[in-house]
Design a protein around this ligand. Structure first.
Ligand SMILES: Cc1cc2nc3c(=O)[nH]c(=O)nc-3n(C[C@H](O)[C@H](O)[C@H](O)COP(=O)(O)O)c2cc1C
Length: 322
């Protein structure tokens, strides 16, 4: 099926395997591309969780598939060191042939400029129209509409609502959040989306290196088990409500909240929060319940009944379009 997304990303199935810290291991990303969609590299996951040198990790993926790969760039203003590292990785990705970028959390202009210089393009993740307008004015080609059922940092609006608030922008829109069944994929395309971005569904695959405890928790969980916690990064993130999450609670304490909101400290507080969270999420994903039941997942857990190969999964989704 041809859509604006398949043309822009040069793929066969309008389906993105979204970037996931800590779950985007190279084998998963490459398998999604090889099966006809596009896998998105999450650089922090590649380097700090799965311990690949960035270029070598990319070359590993290129040895597993000759098809296009994408890369996630979180463009939020953080430390200079982080920003320089991201720019360096983006340059390496471009040298290695990556032409499709998914940006999130800030102004994507510098990524657009680097990508455009080699004919590449940027789709930007947003939850609201105002952020989409900003990203488009910085040169983004398409918008990924993150809805209220998404894993990661969920939005506020439903899939239909967010589409209706943005379709007059006249650019390709991709639905992200809550999709775990092929019928939901077909439905999103019928609504007018140019494609979909899935995260949680891909964790419960053979190619994903996440611990079996994590995969089992996703298969078992239902929509009602997903809660938002701001204890991970200071902004709400979707997780499975396990005994560990229930024990620590889902709200940052009063002192943390004060610093998270304070104009002078919020930047550093978020950074500290994020670093601790990245560390904990990494350990949970690699070590399983032996460490902590700390599983990020969206409401799409509802439609996930088994762990399967990426090839089988993508085949079922492609068939839903016939
Ligand atoms: C465990 C997990 C980690 C994620 N990490 C990132 C990330 O590092 N960068 C990003 O842009 N999106 C991230 N996301 C969002 C996904 O790319 C995708 O938009 C989202 O998972 C779609 O919702 P779904 O999980 O219901 O399919 C993450 C999602 C999950 C579930």
């Amino acid at each position: 099926m041809e859509t604006a997304l398949t043309r822009d990303a040069e793929i066969e199935i309008p389906l993105i395997c979204g970037a996931m810290y800590p779950c985007s291991n190279p084998e998963l990303v490459a398998a999604a591309s090889e099966a006809g969609g596009i896998g998105i590299i999450q650089p922090l996951s590649l380097v700090y969780v799965h311990r690949h040198d960035f270029r070598k990790g990319l070359q590993l993926m290129k040895s597993l598939t000759k098809k296009p790969l994408g890369m996630n760039v979180i463009v939020e203003k953080s430390s200079k060191k982080y920003q320089d590292r991201m720019k360096e990785w983006t340059d390496i990705a471009i040298e290695e042939g990556v032409r499709f970028f998914v940006t999130s959390l800030g102004d994507p202009r510098w990524v657009v400029e680097k990508a455009a210089a080699v004919g590449g393009i940027v789709y930007h993740d947003v939850t609201e129209r105002k952020w989409a307008e900003k990203a488009l004015s910085s040169g983004a080609r398409g918008i990924i509409c993150v809805n209220n059922r998404a894993g990661g940092h969920a939005g506020q609006r439903t899939q239909l609502d967010i589409f209706e608030s943005m379709h007059d922008l006249g650019v390709p829109l991709v639905a992200a959040g809550g999709i775990s069944r092929p019928e939901q994929f077909a439905e999103a395309l019928r609504q007018g989306y140019a494609g979909v971005q899935l995260g949680t569904r891909f964790i419960a695959t053979v190619e994903c290196n996440a611990h079996d405890d994590y995969k089992r928790a996703i298969v078992r969980a239902q929509e009602k088990d997903i809660v938002l916690t701001d204890k991970i990064s200071g902004v709400p993130v979707a997780v499975i409500s396990t005994p560990y999450i229930q024990k620590i609670g889902t709200k940052a304490g009063p002192i943390a909240r004060f610093f998270l909101r304070h104009p002078r400290f919020k930047h550093y507080m978020r950074m500290i929060y994020s670093l601790i969270a990245l560390w904990k999420l990494k350990r949970a994903s690699l070590e399983g319940s032996g460490y902590k039941d700390y599983w990020q997942a969206g409401k799409s857990v509802e439609g996930i009944d088994s762990v399967e190969t990426v090839g089988d999964l993508m085949c079922r989704y492609a068939q839903a379009l016939n």
